[in-house]
Ligand binder design. Structure first.
Ligand code: UN1
Length: 502
């Protein structure tokens, strides 16, 4: 069995605990590799190495940093297929989607590299004569990045590449279910010429390694994608040490289908949004808010299409829905199906394990109807192939139901009425709204993130990506050659002939 090491200070090293853990294929339950189970000491070593890396990297001019990122983008392109196959084995998503995941990393690599010649500040006039003002962007220092398993390459890339572009050094802690994809991604950065220590990677449990990173006094910022519960804990810890923290914590994303919608288009969108990636996206459609005028027709057509979806190993070309990530997640989904039934929702399709003859963690695409907004299946993030249908009698009620959630990441509305579409853009409380398109599929040059329980105001990707990982410094340059006192020297005439100053 191949054993992988962790990256600290440019060296691939064993953990100080000398323990390892297994990386399991969720479709076959085969062990793919063994990984280092890091301990607190490894986090200390990684942070120390990162500060050494920071010294070199932060003094490298941004356009030169960009050259490394451009090279990494090209390497990722060359390795796209290998990475995608590995990802399908490690995480379960079907191969076309795994290719999409790597493509998202390639896209952000080019995008972040392009920022190398666009790290602009602003200039401003001063309130005083012979004085110039500007802002410059400064890196934060060493940043800790904690990433989830559902986008094993794309999400590490979203965080790592803008952080590096901004001049930071990184300690990456990938999800324990998908460390290998992260290791392969990091290898491309090293080969692209990133100096030692600039990126470090530690593998192990979130409760030890992740927590050690969050609490570490040498880490200036944490960027985390994961559950609301963990996010709240991280935010509390970061408050104690005044660390910057940016959070992306999932959703309960609604699609509104109005009675004037193109139903075929909406059907395709709901199917892809709810069951693409086996429902394991933060942006997945988990609530369908259906106008009563199209309830019967839409539900029955959706049922028909859902029952045809082929669940299986993501490497097989006919598979449309892969396994869920692990046993705990499978059991969580099962428990939500029970909860839904106990709450009085009606199971329209699915609701149980699929392909029981196979060893993997397969679950049938599941639809509940007669769901009420107050039910737990309509409020809590399940993170699996489970869709709840809530019927409404009009547009205003649809908006109200859509907003009746603790989360606020993505949302969509299918309608041909332009007024309703724009009103939805105005009123839906979330970071992303799609018109006549599904809730999944955000592009890397637009900001990604959400409101309420989904996040704390930061956005990833897009123009905001650099902002997440920089501080703005205000700079004043006084070329008057004398002491000028802001807010005090107010009696000086506003207009003065040069050479007549006292
Ligand atoms: C996530 O699920 O955390 O918009 C990220 C999308 C993808 C990214 C999802 N581009 O669905």
């Amino acid at each position: 069995m191949q054993e992988y090491r962790m990256l600290i200070g440019g060296e691939w090293v064993n953990s100080t605990t000398t323990e390892t853990f297994a990386d399991i294929n969720p479709a076959t339950l085969e062990t793919l590799a063994l990984l280092q189970l890091a301990g607190y000491k490894d986090v200390d070593r990684a942070v120390e190495a990162a500060w050494k890396g920071f010294k070199v990297w932060s003094e490298t001019p941004p356009p030169k940093r960009a050259e490394v990122l451009f090279k990494a983008a090209r390497l990722l392109e060359e390795r796209k297929e290998d990475l995608a196959v590995l990802m399908t084995k490690e995480m379960g998503k079907i191969l076309p989607e795994a290719r999409g995941d790597v493509q998202e990393a390639i896209d952000i690599a080019y995008y972040a590299a392009g920022e190398g010649r666009r790290m602009f500040g602003e200039t401003s006039s001063s309130e005083l004569r012979d004085k110039f003002c500007m802002t410059v962007l400064r890196p934060l220092g060493v940043v800790g990045l904690i990433t989830p398993w559902n986008f094993p390459v794309a999400i590490p890339a979203w965080k790592v590449l803008p952080a590096l572009m901004a001049g930071n050094a990184v300690v990456l802690k990938p999800a324990s279910d998908t460390p290998l994809s992260a290791i392969k991604f990091v290898e491309t950065l090293l080969e692209a010429g990133l100096p030692p220590g600039t990126i470090n990677l530690v593998t192990g449990a979130g409760s030890t390694v992740g927590a050690a990173l969050v609490k570490h006094p040498g880490v200036r910022a944490i960027s985390f994608t994961g559950s609301l519960e963990t996010g709240k804990w991280i935010m509390g810890e970061c408050a104690k040490s005044m660390k910057r923290v940016s959070l992306e914590l999932g959703g309960k994303n609604p699609v509104i289908v109005m009675d004037d919608a193109d139903l075929e288009l909406a059907l395709e969108g709901v199917l892809w949004g709810a069951f693409g990636t086996t429902g394991q996206r933060c942006t997945a459609t988990s609530r369908l808010i259906l106008h009563e005028g199209v309830r019967e027709e839409f539900s029955s057509r959706l049922l028909e299409k859902t029952e045809k979806l082929k669940v299986g190993d993501g490497l097989l070309p006919e598979t449309e829905v892969g396994p869920v990530i692990n046993r705990a997640q499978l059991e969580k989904i099962e428990s939500y199906v029970r909860i839904g039934q106990e709450e009085g929702a009606k199971l329209l399709s699915g609701g149980k394990r699929a392909n029981s003859e196979l060893p993997g963690y397969f679950f049938e695409p599941t639809i509940f109807t007669d769901v009420k907004p107050e039910m737990r299946i309509a409020r809590e993030e399940i993170f699996g192939p489970v869709l709840s249908i809530i019927t409404v009698s009009g547009f205003e009620e649809a908006l109200e139901v859509a907003n009746n959630t603790a989360y606020g990441l993505s949302s969509a509305i299918y309608t041909k009425d332009i007024s309703k579409a724009f009103r939805a853009v105005e009123k839906l409380e979330c970071g992303i709204t799609y018109i006549n398109a599904p809730t999944i599929g955000a592009e890397v040059h637009l900001p990604f993130g959400g409101v309420k329980g989904t996040g704390n105001g930061f956005r990833e990707a897009g123009p905001e990506a650099i902002r997440e990982f920089t501080e703005v410094k205000a700079v004043y340059i006084d070329y008057s050659g004398k002491l000028q006192k802001a807010q005090i020297d107010t009696s000086a005439p506003a207009v003065q002939e040069r050479g007549t100053e006292q």
